[in-house]
Every structure is written in structure tokens, then in C-alpha cells.
Design a protein around this ligand. Sequence first.
Ligand SMILES: C[S@@+](CC[C@H](N)C(=O)[O-])C[C@H]1O[C@@H](n2cnc3c(N)ncnc32)[C@H](O)[C@@H]1O
Length: 227
Amino acid sequence: MSKFTPITPEVFNYLIQHQSNISKPHQELRNLSQTHRLGFMCTDPNQVSFMVLLAKLIRAEKIIEIGVFTGVTSLALAEALPKHGQLIACDNNLEFVNLGLAYWEAAGVKNKIDLRIKPALETLQELLDQGLENTFDLIYIDADKPSYIKYFDLAFKLIKKNGLILADNTLRAGQVADLNNQDNTVRHMRNFNTYIKNLAEDKNLNITFNLLPIGDGLMMVLKNEPL
Ligand SMILES: C[S@@+](CC[C@H](N)C(=O)[O-])C[C@H]1O[C@@H](n2cnc3c(N)ncnc32)[C@H](O)[C@@H]1O
């Protein structure tokens, strides 16, 4: 018998039925986002549920999300933060983010979300210039694919020891494994995965990583505390 479970629509529904409940504003914002012409950009709901679990597990207090869209994942991660927690939400398209603001408010998390509307590379550099190196618990990369390696390099400076960097779409519906597939986005994701693998072989960096077959593929990188 095969050791992995193919995610058919039936299995997907089963997963959704067997995860923690989500708040009403979270569900309403997801429903709204899915009617958007770019609704496919929302992170897979099962993956969001897993990231919420991770945020709680590591008791995250400071999170960065790179690529917000309508803010479904921002809302869920902000709900996972303690009262004094903070999520820096980076996007360059206010029109998308505006759709979610009323739902952030309804969920009571708007005050935890610090929205930065500009190219995310600039926001990350500004955080470093403000001296915030090694201070974030969790950073989620989910914006333009050609910039993933640059996002990772800046995120790696901003993340704390024992903090997690997560990157979405790293399996690209499995297409990364087909080396004949030379689609640009697929190549960017393949290059990113190879980049992380090579970094992990560099002992000075001391990271542990796993490419998880959840949603569209979630690369998880832990910045290790030296043993
Ligand atoms: C896949 S969507 C993000 C989805 C979101 N994480 C979620 O779970 O719903 C990608 C977002 O990245 C934003 N984006 C693309 N390039 C960007 C850039 N250079 N700087 C900031 N945001 C960018 C887009 O405007 C879009 O909203």
C-alpha cells in the first residue's frame, strides 16, 4: 500500500472538516475572497490552519507576511497572536488589501496588523535598517515568485534563532518535480528549493528544513539555535 495519501476533492473536504474551527470573520473573508477573479491566490485553508497551529506552537509574538492579497491568512495569523502581538503585513496593492480591512476589524485583530503598502523588499530592508535583526518569530513568504530568494535572505536576517520561515507554492502543484517543465514560475520555485537545500549543507548557517506537501507546497525553514 502506498505511504502517501493523494488529496482528492473528497479527502480535501475531509481535511477541512477535521481541523480547528475558524472565526466567522475569517470564514466570511475567505468566502468573499474566493469570489474575486484572483481568488486562487488565497492560501489553501488547510495550510492556513497548519500555520496557525505552528504560530501557537512557537508562541509567536512577531510575524511578517510577505504578500497579503485580501488578508485571509493575515487575519488567521493575527488571531493566533497574543494581545500584544504584531503582524507586519506587506503588499504593494492597496486595492486587494482594502477588501479585508472590515473583516480584520470584525475579528478584533486590526490593531495587531501593521500594514505596509510598498514593494515588500523595501519594507524588509526598512525593518533591518530600524535594527530589527533577529527579532521575528515567523515569516511567511507568499508574494512574487522571482523575488523568493531575495525575500528569504532578508527574512533570514530578521528571523530569531528558533524562528520559522515559511514559503508557499514551492511544489507548484507538483510541477517542480518535472524537470522538463521550464515554465518561469516553476523554475523560480525549483531554484528556490535548491537554494534552501544548498544553504542547509552550509554548516555555518545551521538551518533545518522540510518541503511539506500541504496546499501548493510549503517550504519550512527553522533557524537553529546552536546546540
Ligand atoms: C499569492 S497572493 C498572497 C496571498 C495571501 N498570502 C493569502 O494567503 O491570502 C500574492 C500577493 O503578493 C502581492 N505582491 C506581488 N508582488 C509584490 C511585491 N513586490 N511587494 C509586495 N507585494 C507584492 C500581490 O499584490 C498579492 O496580493
